[in-house]
Design a protein around this ligand. Sequence first.
Ligand SMILES: CC(C)(COP(=O)(O)OP(=O)(O)OC[C@H]1O[C@@H](n2cnc3c(N)ncnc32)[C@H](O)[C@@H]1OP(=O)(O)O)[C@@H](O)C(=O)NCCC(=O)NCCS
Length: 264
Amino acid sequence: MATPDATARTPDAPPVADAPPTADAPPTAGAPPTPDVTWHPRPADGPALPEPWPQRHLVLRTPRLELRPDDDASLLELVALVHDGIHPASTMPFQQAWTDAEPAYLGRGMLQYFWSERAAVSPERWSLHLVVRHDGAVAGIQSLTASRFGVLREVATGSYLGRRFQGRGLGTEMRAAVLAFAFDHLGAVSARSEYLEGSVASRRISERLGYRDDGTARIAPRDEPVVQQRVVLDRSGFTRPAWTLQVDGYTPDLAGLLAAAPPA
Ligand SMILES: CC(C)(COP(=O)(O)OP(=O)(O)OC[C@H]1O[C@@H](n2cnc3c(N)ncnc32)[C@H](O)[C@@H]1OP(=O)(O)O)[C@@H](O)C(=O)NCCC(=O)NCCS
């Protein structure tokens, strides 16, 4: 009785990639024979490899700022900036009190947060945490996030600046940058944001750029209730800046990852 061949492929097994043609010519004396190898994964055809992380080439430029997706080197600079202070200790502008962490753990917690965000990126739910540079130095972060963007066409934003960069119009400029990117390149139709009661600069930025109020919530980042104001901006309501956003690195691969409109 014939024993089953353990190495035989079952009918359900996926087809193996085409084997390279074997050389018919007899091997030249001294040269090793060409090995008959089928590589797995199959080498990509053509000169360009598939891009595994298409957002790494993205750059948004405004008159004073450059915004690029986070990488480890820029996050380490961001950690140093945060240790230098981003808000008075008496106030908590964030809905999660992450800046209250013990200084010994704050930096690691920040890195782990951004890594977890990177690890979860997909067309279903993505985040672009754009590190903001002013004159080459990390000044803060401007986040642009979305869930089911391909269906909803809506983004959300959040941001902060190091204390020495605040109050110079940079917060307005970086928010306007990601809104222009979202509306004019990704094909967003609306953008959401929120701020806590007393965050005057955040409120002014939202008012200036055309957002309208969209309700409130009670939250307790420091275990005391505070009112969170939600705001929303429709594409048609965007009060555009006088400058034009420069965008590099918005590729078809990145558009696919974000479930967004293809580059013009
Ligand atoms: C919120 C933040 C990003 C704003 O950026 P910014 O560069 O400081 O703000 P801008 O200079 O663009 O100013 C925006 C508006 O707020 C006003 N403003 C700025 N700081 C202010 C302050 N401390 N008190 C009152 N108004 C202020 C400006 O006059 C401007 O108003 P205008 O448009 O009427 O002239 C920045 O201040 C910051 O990171 N703060 C700490 C963290 C934080 O609050 N993050 C937001 C969480 S929702």
